[in-house]
Design a binder for this molecule. Structure first.
Ligand code: NDP
Length: 446
């Protein structure tokens, strides 16, 4: 089997050069699903492995805009429509200077399996731009979003492709994107999720990814008769996912001791409680400042410039910043310091060597495509509410989210149980794959 996987990966690498993150994501999935493919001639006959890694469509476009000084700027815009076997393309938009084709293809590929796991009818997609919203005025961000949508609007729609937020795309950006889409199409429709609550958004959508990663960790801890109560938690990032993971973990009785951004990490031994988190939310979402300012407000905390949180002693880690943010060495440090559970709020935050450490040491490890699926699941619930033109109360959305995280956990257990150990990587990959692959077989060669 290893030989077949190697040969397959050689072809993937040759046909998709300079896309290391895409190769990494494909390899992880292919290693898990290869035995399933070998046991199912129908998947081989339909050549599912080669088809599932090829996007159905890639859209790449120019995004020109004018900055506050009157200079004309140009960015690249992308939308990867990866797989629509089980529903319209669905996945976020990322605005970050590091964005390129390979990163978006890895994210779109992961999204296919994640969306399948949510139990909702959503295909997989992802998009974005190398535009950096950091340091830009609201006017600049608006003009950029309008220019971006001036092209994207022809390719998306409530029954075709429904984008959402991701890194650098929050409520402000979704608002600007939605506004210009509505004007261009002259229709008020659920083309984006993560919308404002007064104009078609769902309660709990902003909270959903972070809450979901905590709910998933809670399920994993439950298999060992443990819970968040009294646990010390390390979280990276300080954006949408990190903020609400902090809120929910704290609510469940844990002490969150770290948050970070791309400049460094704050370590607050006393815990980032409700009041401190409210201050972080104002810092990050309104003033758009840096996490180092936390120690000016709370001087008993420590700031580690240029460092990631993983040297801090914790019981549970919830990486919630970006891909490849935990190396093999950092994973070993986490485990050595007593970490028993890693629940990925971010997409692919652990390098392959780090995953080997978790599996080798048999800690509870929830990969992103399972652990952070709560965000897209709640986007799916937003789409349902938009179609029905109703909005569910907070409690209803939250209870559906909890139910979905439970069922994702069950699927992982079903396909990943090996004796008394649960391999959540295998469970999530195989569980997500089968539904999509069966739909592709049913629909013929398209
Ligand atoms: P935000 O833009 O709200 O926050 C991102 C955070 O991560 C910021 O604190 C940012 O710091 C930090 N960060 C970004 N890039 C880097 C980097 N290269 N190195 C170190 N820190 C970095 O994004 P989200 O919270 O929405 O997304 C975080 C992760 O969660 C991503 O992997 C995303 O794909 C994933 N995710 C998000 C979902 C959602 O619903 N939003 C759904 C599922 C997954 P700085 O301000 O310095 O850039």
């Amino acid at each position: 089997m290893a030989k077949a996987v190697d040969a397959f990966m050689k072809r993937v690498t040759a046909r998709n050069p300079n896309e290391p993150e895409f190769h990494q994501a494909v390899k992880e999935v292919v290693e898990s699903i290869w035995p399933v493919i070998e046991q199912n001639p129908k998947y081989q006959a339909a050549n599912i492995p080669e088809r599932i890694i090829e996007p159905e469509r890639v859209i790449l476009f120019r995004v020109p805009w004018v900055d506050d000084e009157g200079n004309v700027q140009v960015n690249k815009g992308y939308r990867i429509e990866m797989n629509s076997a089980i529903g319209p393309y669905k996945g976020g938009l990322r605005f970050h200077p590091s964005v390129n084709l390979g990163i978006l293809k890895f994210l779109a590929f992961e999204q296919v399996f994640k969306n399948s796991l949510t139990t909702l009818p959503m295909g997989g997609g992802k998009g974005g731009s190398d535009f950096d919203p950091k340091g830009k005025s609201d006017g600049e961000v608006m003009r950029f979003c309008q220019s971006f949508m001036l092209e994207l609007f022809r390719h998306v729609g409530p029954n075709t492709d429904v984008p959402a937020g991701d890194i650098g795309v929050g409520g402000r950006e979704i608002g600007y994107l939605f506004g210009i889409y509505k004007r261009l199409r002259n229709e008020f429709t659920g083309v984006l999720t993560g919308k404002g609550i007064n104009w078609g958004g769902s309660l709990i959508r902003p909270e959903a990814t972070g809450y979901g990663a905590v709910y998933f960790a809670q399920e994993m801890l439950g298999t060992r008769k443990e819970s968040f109560k009294g646990k010390t938690v390390a979280i990276s990032g300080s954006g949408n996912v990190a903020q609400f993971a902090t809120e929910k973990a704290t609510e469940l009785g844990a002490k969150v001791v770290t948050l970070s951004d791309s400049n460094g990490t704050v370590h607050d031994k006393d815990g980032i409680d409700k009041a401190k988190l409210a201050w972080v939310m104002e810092l990050k979402n309104v003033r758009r400042g840096r996490i180092r300012e936390y120690v000016e407000q709370y001087p008993t905390a420590e700031y580690m410039e240029g460092a990631r949180p993983w040297s801090v002693k914790c019981d549970v880690a919830i990486p919630s910043a970006t891909q490849n943010e935990i190396s093999k060495e950092e994973a070993a440090t986490l485990v050595k310091n007593g970490c028993v559970c890693v629940s990925e709020g971010a997409n692919m935050p652990s390098e392959p060597g780090a995953i080997d450490v978790y599996l080798d040491k048999k800690i509870l490890y929830g990969p992103g495509k399972a652990a952070n699926a709560g965000g897209v699941a709640t986007s799916g619930l937003e789409m349902s509410q938009n179609s029905m033109r109703i909005s569910w109360p907070r409690e209803e959305v939250d209870s559906r989210l909890q139910q979905i995280m439970k069922s994702i956990h069950e699927v992982c257990v079903r396909y990943g149980k090996e004796g008394d150990f649960i391999d959540y990587v295998k469970g999530a990959n195989v569980g997500g794959f089968i539904k999509v692959a069966d739909a592709m077989v049913d629909q013929g060669v398209v």
